[in-house]
Design a protein around this ligand. Structure first.
Ligand SMILES: [Zn+2]
Length: 212
């Protein structure tokens, strides 16, 4: 088990390396942030947005929760979206799910209890909405992963209907929403779909099926 002291030591090494590699790095950091992307992803420790995209500090504005869900009643998420769209003026928002997601499995199995069970209501709804296709998949892993894809699509559509995003679309901003899935087996991001101001949300196709 890694001791927390090791995190502090690793941080000291990182800060020293950063300074050595780029002496002006921290001087620039204190001037403020101008990230180009908002990333909404799962809290899963294996899906580290900065690392898997090689983004430097300041590159991504990040919100993470279990199963990368978008509730317009979630003050935490909605504050992040509002700040990213209205203040940071990002042009791209990524909703990134991942295959083998524990939150998706728990929702599918109805196995969660306590706050997590309440949190996953949204995924259970996605499952109900697409149950016929998901249940037709050949095995449990494939069913979970197909629900992961449908979940990304449906959360992206929920995001498109939030007030900050609708406001940006109405104002003619070139804001674009991207639905991606991260594959734990090969470390690759698989783009599923995009939504922009011209997308008819009533006509959004099913997500591309990446895994069979
Ligand atoms: Zn997950």
């Amino acid at each position: 088990m890694k001791e927390t002291q090791q995190l502090i030591l690793a941080n000291m090494a990182w800060a020293a390396e950063q300074h050595q590699f780029d002496p002006e790095f921290f001087t620039r950091q204190i001037k403020g942030q101008k990230p180009e992307f908002l990333w909404i992803g799962c809290s899963d420790s294996r899906v580290a947005p900065d690392q898997i995209t090689q983004s430097p500090p300041g590159g991504l504005f990040i919100h993470r929760n279990i199963a990368n869900l978008v509730y317009d009643t979630d003050l935490n998420l909605m504050s992040v979206v509002q700040f990213a769209v209205d203040v940071l003026k990002v042009d791209d928002i990524i909703v990134c799910g991942h295959y083998g997601c524990g939150g998706i499995m728990a929702a599918m199995d109805d196995s969660a209890t306590g706050p997590i069970a309440d949190w996953l209501v949204n995924v259970r709804q996605v499952y109900q909405d697409h149950r016929q296709e998901i249940d037709a998949m050949p095995d449990r892993e494939a069913r979970v992963n197909r629900l992961v894809e449908f979940n990304v699509r449906d959360q992206l559509m929920r995001l498109a209907r939030t007030a900050p995003v609708r406001g940006a679309f109405a104002a003619g901003r070139k804001l674009k929403l991207h639905g991606w899935v991260y594959d734990l087996r090969d470390g690759l991001l698989k783009p599923l779909m995009d939504i922009d101001a011209h997308t008819d949300l009533g006509m959004v196709a099913k997500p591309e099926r990446v895994l069979v």
